[in-house]
Design a protein around this ligand. Structure first.
Ligand SMILES: C[S@@+](CC[C@H](N)C(=O)[O-])C[C@H]1O[C@@H](n2cnc3c(N)ncnc32)[C@H](O)[C@@H]1O
Length: 248
């Protein structure tokens, strides 16, 4: 399947819960300030910017598959010389960065990647022994109510492209990929939005990009509104899979 493009400008204008998910994940990395950190699925660079601030003597390697997201990252961060390396890559394939990193971060990206064995092996290969991996993404049960709303209007519930993994399977995969000190949990974290324009733009930009690209432009807004109308509350019922691990 062709990689999904994102409306990066609109994405950044939204009240994203991703902002606090990213900040919490960076806190859990426990950085000292001179590390090289890989951001797996860096999007528009919000967390890369935060990381650069936390790493006065360190570097960020920002990896993503969306050209639009990476263009937005470049206009946000500008030229940081050696402190920022931007890598355009399809994370469904094994990743070879050609240099060892001290830590890896991933926010709201894992559930877009169909094979977590491949991803975890890529992250393990990117890290030095003892390197920390902190990640979060949609986990088992994520957006179940929202997907019921999509199904109720005849939409695609994303079985073919969303991967909402559970704790037990994730622990086994991390161990097999070479990680230890595993702390993996599922946390419900619903996000409330304002009904109308804000909710519909959020749904169109953050949630239904894959479904909408197959619809003619004229049908996209009516479809999004129909999904929004099915929600009893303007709430997206996120359940986050949170991972802390150390490379053996
Ligand atoms: C919801 S966004 C999260 C971006 C950012 N981490 C944040 O928290 O705002 C998901 C990101 O995963 C990237 N992504 C999804 N599938 C990918 C793939 N196969 N290869 C590379 N990047 C991918 C998208 O391009 C997008 O930037």
């Amino acid at each position: 399947m062709e990689l999904l493009e994102w409306n990066a400008g609109v994405y950044d204008s939204l009240p994203l819960p991703h902002k606090r998910w990213g900040a919490a994940a960076i806190d859990r990395l426990g950085l000292s300030g001179d590390e090289t950190v890989v951001d797996i699925g860096c999007g528009t660079g919000r967390d890369a910017e935060h990381l650069l601030g936390a790493l006065p003597g360190g570097r960020v390697i920002a990896v993503d598959g969306s050209r639009q997201m990476l263009e937005q990252l470049s206009s946000r961060l500008g030229d940081r010389g050696d402190r920022l390396r931007v890598v355009h890559a399809d994370l469904r394939e094994p990743l070879d960065l050609g240099e060892p990193a001290d830590a890896a971060l991933s926010v709201a990206t894992l559930h877009w990647l169909p094979d977590h064995d491949v991803v975890f092996r890529s992250v393990a290969a990117a890290l030095r022994s003892g390197g920390r991996f902190v990640a979060e993404g949609g986990g088992f049960g994520n957006i179940a109510e929202f997907r019921r709303a999509v199904a109720a209007v005849g939409g695609d519930t994303g079985d073919a492209f969303w991967n909402f993994a559970d704790v037990e399977t994730t622990v086994v995969r991390l161990d097999a990929a070479g990680f230890t000190d595993l702390d993996v949990k599922l946390t419900p974290d619903p996000a409330r939005l304002e009904r109308g324009e804000q909710l519909e733009t959020f749904i169109a930009t953050v949630l239904l990009g894959a479904q909408l690209r197959d619809l003619p432009m004229s049908e996209q807004r009516p479809f999004v509104r129909a999904v929004a109308d099915q929600l009893a509350e303007p709430v997206i019922d996120y359940v986050r899979l949170q991972i802390c691990a150390t490379r053996r």
